[in-house]
Design a protein around this ligand. Structure first.
Ligand SMILES: [Zn+2]
Length: 483
C-alpha cells in the first residue's frame, strides 16, 4: 500500500465538499424541488473514487475505514436510489383513488390515509402492495451493491452496523425480542380500543402504523393548528441556548416532497436542514420536534474534530436526540405550559401517544428482526417477504402480504437502520430520566439541560454513551406498560 499523494487533512476537505454538494442536491430532491440528477450521479462517482483512493492506501483509522466503505457503497447505490425515488412517484400509483386531485401514489399515501374511509384505504393498500414487483429489482440491486462493496473490503454491512452501534448481534436480537414481547399484549388491547374509537370497527391488516399516526390525534387538531411547527421547536432550542440560525426548516406541502419528515446534515456542525410535509397538526408538531432534535445534534458537534469523528454518527445515536426532543410533546407539564393544554387534552395526548409508542415497538420489532436476518443470512427477496409476513403476524398480529416492507421509507433504503430506532428509544428514556433526577420535572426550561446536552453531543462519534445509558429498558417500557 502506498500513501496518499497529499495530506489526509486535504483528503478530508475534498471528501467533505462532495458530501456537502450531494447533501444539498439530495435535500432539493426530498423537498420536491428541481434538482440535477446528472450532477448527483457525477458527484456520487467522484465521491466513491475519492473514498476508494483512501481505501487503497490505508485501513486506519478504523472509523475512517468504515466511513469510506459505507460511502463507496452509498455512492454506488445513487443511480439506483434515484431510480427508486422516481418509481415510487410514477409507478407506485393507484388507478382509481385520488388525493387533492392527484392519483394516490407512494408520496401522498400517508396524507390520503389520514382522511380516507376504510374501503378506499384497503383498496389503495392492496393496489400499492401489488405494484411492489416494479421496485423490487431496484431494491434488490441496492442490497447487492452494498454486499459486494463490503465484501471487497473484507467486511459486511451487518458487521459495520454492529460496530458503529457498539452492540453485539446476540445482544441486539435479545433487546429487540425483549421489547417486542413486552408490548405484545398491551398493544393488541390498545389497538382494539382505538380502532373502535376511530373507525368504529375492529382493526384490519391495512390499518397500519401510518394510518393511526395520521388519524389518531384528530381530537387535538384544533388546538395544535394554532401553533407553528416551524416555530415551536426553535423556541425550545433557543431556551436551551442553541444557535438555531444554523438550522433551516421547510414545512411547505409540495407534491413531490417526501412523505416522511427528515433532517439533513449538509455540513456538520454548520448546516442542518429540516423537512416536514403537513399531514395533521399534532403529527406535524411531533415530526418537527423529532427532526429539530436531529438538527440540534448536528449543530452541537465540535467543529474541530476530524471529519470522520464529526460525520460517523450512528443511527442509534442520532435517533436518541430526535426522539428525545420529540418526547417533549407528550410531557404533560410541557404541554400545559407551552401549548396551554387542559387536563383533558393532556390525557388525550398521553393515551394516544402511549398507543403509538406500543405500535411503534411492535412494528419495529418485526421490521428490525426481518432486517437483521436479511443481512445475517443474505435472504432472497421472497424469503425476506415471507419472513416479514411471519414476524408481522407475531408482533403486530395481522396476516399481511409480506411485500409490504418494500413500501416502507426506511426498510428498502438502508442496510439496517430499523433496529436503531429501538436502541435509541431505550437510551433516550434513560437520558430523560437522568435529566429529571438532576434538574427536576421542568428540566426543559433549565439552561443546564442545554449545557449537559451539548457536553454529550460535542464529541460526535466519540460520544460517551455510558454517561447516561446502560441499555436499561425499564425507563422506556415502564410508562407504556403501566401507564
Ligand atoms: Zn429520526
Amino acid at each position: 500500500m502506498q500513501g496518499l499523494p497529499y495530506p489526509l487533512s486535504s483528503w478530508a476537505i475534498v471528501d467533505e465538499s462532495f458530501s456537502i454538494l450531494s447533501g444539498h442536491e439530495n435535500w432539493k430532491m426530498y423537498n420536491g424541488l428541481e434538482f440535477d440528477e446528472e450532477f448527483m450521479k457525477n458527484i456520487a462517482e467522484q465521491k466513491a473514487r475519492h473514498a476508494e483512493l483512501f481505501l487503497s492506501t490505508s485501513r486506519r483509522p478504523r472509523r475512517l475505514f468504515i466511513k469510506c466503505v459505507t460511502d463507496v457503497s452509498e455512492s454506488k447505490k445513487t443511480p439506483l436510489s434515484l431510480e427508486l425515488d422516481k418509481a415510487r412517484a410514477e409507478k407506485i400509483v393507484s388507478r382509481t383513488k385520488r388525493f387533492h386531485g392527484r392519483r394516490v401514489n407512494w408520496k401522498n399515501w400517508r396524507q390520503f390515509s389520514a382522511v380516507a374511509d376504510a374501503d378506499s384505504r384497503k383498496q389503495v393498500y392492496d393496489e400499492l402492495v401489488k405494484k411492489t414487483p416494479v421496485i423490487r429489482p431496484l431494491i434488490r440491486a441496492m442490497f447487492e451493491k452494498s454486499w459486494s462493496v463490503h465484501r471487497k473490503y473484507g467486511t459486511t454491512p451487518l458487521r459495520s452496523y454492529l460496530e458503529s452501534e457498539r452492540i453485539t448481534l446476540a445482544d441486539l436480537k435479545e433487546l429487540v425480542q425483549k421489547l417486542g414481547a413486552a408490548v405484545r399484549k398491551p398493544f393488541r388491547e390498545a389497538l382494539q380500543d382505538f380502532a373502535m374509537q376511530i373507525k368504529r370497527a375492529p382493526a384490519e391488516y391495512y390499518d397500519d402504523f401510518y394510518y393511526f399516526r395520521g388519524r389518531i390525534f384528530r381530537p387535538l387538531d384544533k388546538i395544535f393548528s394554532k401553533f407553528d411547527p416551524a416555530e415551536m421547536p426553535v423556541r425550545q432550542l433557543k431556551r436551551l441556548g442553541f444557535d438555531t440560525r444554523r438550522i433551516h426548516v421547510d414545512v411547505e406541502d409540495r407534491p413531490k416532497k417526501t412523505p416522511s419528515a427528515v433532517a439533513f446534515f449538509v455540513q456538520i456542525p454548520n448546516d442542518a436542514r429540516v423537512l416536514v410535509k403537513p399531514i395533521s397538526p399534532y403529527t406535524d408538531m411531533e415530526a418537527a420536534y423529532h427532526e429539530f432534535g436531529h438538527a440540534m445534534h448536528c449543530i452541537s458537534v465540535d467543529p474541530n474534530l476530524s471529519l470522520w469523528d464529526r460525520e460517523s454518527l450512528s443511527h442509534g445515536v442520532a435517533e436518541i436526540f430526535s426522539t428525545f426532543l420529540e418526547s417533549l410533546v407528550e410531557d404533560p407539564r410541557y404541554l400545559r405550559k407551552k401549548f396551554g393544554l387542559s387536563d383533558d387534552q393532556i390525557r388525550e395526548v398521553t393515551e394516544r401517544r402511549r398507543f403509538m409508542e406500543l405500535f411503534f415497538v411492535a412494528f419495529y420489532a418485526a421490521n428490525s428482526l426481518m432486517k437483521i436476518s436479511f443481512q445475517e443470512k443474505k435472504l432472497t427477496m421472497d424469503q425476506a417477504s415471507e419472513l416479514y409476513a411471519k414476524l408481522y403476524k407475531e408482533y403486530v398480529g395481522f396476516e399481511i402480504p409480506g411485500e409490504y416492507w418494500q413500501l416502507h421509507h426506511v426498510m428498502p433504503d438502508y442496510d439496517l437502520y430499523s433496529p436503531s430506532y429501538l436502541i435509541a428509544a431505550v437510551r433516550k428514556s434513560e437520558l430523560i430520566k437522568r435529566l429529571q433526577s438532576r434538574l427536576g420535572e421542568e428540566w426543559w426550561d433549565s439552561p443546564k439541560t442545554g449545557d449537559y446536552l451539548r457536553k454529550i453531543m460535542r464529541p460526535g462519534a466519540n460520544i460517551d454513551l455510558d454517561e447516561f445509558s446502560r441499555l436499561d429498558t425499564g425507563p422506556f417500557l415502564k410508562p407504556i406498560l403501566h401507564p
